[in-house]
Design a protein around this ligand. Structure first.
Ligand SMILES: [Zn+2]
Length: 434
């Protein structure tokens, strides 16, 4: 790891803090590639969407070297991961979205305000906290969920690409529910992470390349709602076990992942701060090579934090810098009050740089945070829902269903949640959405 290059890139990217997800090419979204094996080494051209100021930063990095011969511009690639929290389907969320004529649901309007933000991500991942196991197994909400396949279609339609299916509701329709959910999620065009249909599939690695950056995705849950996983089918869902996760991270690195993102369904419901189990596990995983940790389960937003591990403590003997969001909160649900209706669109911007010795170094350099709020309206006892991105809504004030009083309340909510988010790493300044 070249500390000088890293420092210089950092100093130049500080100037970009005012730009949400600057330089993210969305070209790759039209042709996302799922690779279950190592992909060929880096050889593609640098992203054409590099902002000019970052390109000049790269050139300046080069002049910082002492060798005057052939000023070779280091190749730099960028991409942004966007993460959201719990995608829930409580029973009051269904009736307003069923068409008696077509006999189909359509939940796409839930996400109309956030889809433009998702389109700025090169990878977009959420936590699908319900099986999608078919109508014959009955659609239900709490305590054992099962949602229509149109939910997966709406999530995909909004721009989400991957979903963690490793959560405590994964087994709510038993093992068949896991298999059917995998099928339905894939049919909708989403990539499921954390549950598997066989022992062989459990060993497959999900590595998604965008703009020349290969991101490995892993997901684990603390448990399964008290529903036992058949011992002979332990591959069905990844449960949190630090040794297993370490092993999976190592396999990701061997397979050529530049960045490893681990989704963890952990923590205590409705607790607004992470507990010692969460902070200890997050640090352990950064030591072992995880770069990004995406928490879910508490149904309220918990802060993000930078985790710095010195070379003397990390498994690979390098200084490591991880980023964790302990809980992304509810993205869509019927829960209200005590911050249960506030979620987060979290962005992590990544830079991959070719170093003087020809090797590559990838790190996250800035984060973006767009808190969301679920607006629930009731008409003739039927509820309708809309996920409102707060910075964006307050900047544009163009959402017809919101009154001046609503906007005033949202401004207070936003300032409170922003303070809360920054509690553990106040030096990190996230950018809001455009
Ligand atoms: Zn949960």
């Amino acid at each position: 790891m070249n500390g000088l290059v890293k420092r210089l890139i950092h100093s130049f990217t500080i100037g970009l803090l005012a730009i949400w997800l600057a330089g993210c090419s969305n070209d790759s979204q039209t042709a996302p590639s799922t690779s279950h094996a190592p992909t060929p080494s880096e050889s593609t051209a640098p992203s054409s969407a590099l902002p000019s100021n970052l390109s000049s930063a790269s050139a300046t990095v080069d002049t910082g070297t002492t060798t005057p011969k052939e000023p070779q511009e280091p190749e730099t690639r960028e991409a942004t991961l966007i993460a959201i929290g719990d995608i829930m389907a409580h029973s009051p969320q269904l009736p307003g979205y069923y068409d008696q004529v077509t006999k189909r649901y359509d939940f796409s309007s839930w996400f109309s305000e956030v889809a433009p933000i998702f389109s700025q991500g090169d990878w977009v991942i959420g936590n699908l906290e319900t099986p999608i196991a078919g109508k014959d197994l009955k659609f239900t909400g709490f305590p054992r969920f099962n949602a229509p396949k149109e939910l997966a279609e709406a999530v995909k339609g909004a721009g989400v690409q991957l979903v963690s299916t490793a959560n405590n509701h994964a087994m709510d329709r038993g093992y068949p529910g896991i298999l059917r959910t995998l099928d339905n999620v894939k049919k909708a065009g989403l990539i499921p992470v954390g549950t598997s249909s066989s022992a062989v599939n459990r060993q497959r690695l999900i590595i998604e390349e965008r703009n020349g950056i290969r991101m490995g995705f892993l997901a684990y849950s603390y448990g399964t709602n008290g529903i036992p996983v058949p011992p002979e089918k332990s591959y069905a869902i990844n449960l949190i076990d630090v040794d297993v996760i370490r092993d999976d991270i190592a396999r990701m690195k061997q397979a050529g992942a530049d960045v490893v993102t681990v989704s963890l369904h952990f923590g205590i419901e409705y607790q607004r701060l992470p507990n010692a189990d969460q902070t200890t596990l997050a640090r352990e995983l950064v030591k072992s090579g995880a770069d990004i940790i995406l928490g879910s389960h508490p149904h309220v937003v918990q802060p993000y934090a930078e985790i710095d591990v010195p070379a003397t403590e990390s498994d690979d003997g390098t200084d490591r810098k991880g980023i964790v969001i302990y809980s992304l909160g509810n993205f869509i649900s019927n829960q209200t009050g005590d911050w249960k209706d506030v979620g987060l669109i979290f962005g992590i911007h990544l830079v991959k740089t070719r170093l003087d010795d020809g090797t590559y170094e990838t790190h996250w350099d800035k984060i973006a945070a767009e808190p969301t709020w679920v607006q629930i309206l009731v008409k003739n006892k039927i509820k309708t829902y809309k996920v409102i991105p707060l910075n964006r809504a307050l900047a544009k004030k163009d959402i017809p269903s919101l009154t001046a009083k609503d906007y005033a309340n949202l401004r207070i909510k936003l300032s409170q949640i922003n303070k809360h988010l920054a509690k553990l790493s106040p030096h990190l300044k996230p950018t809001p959405a455009k």
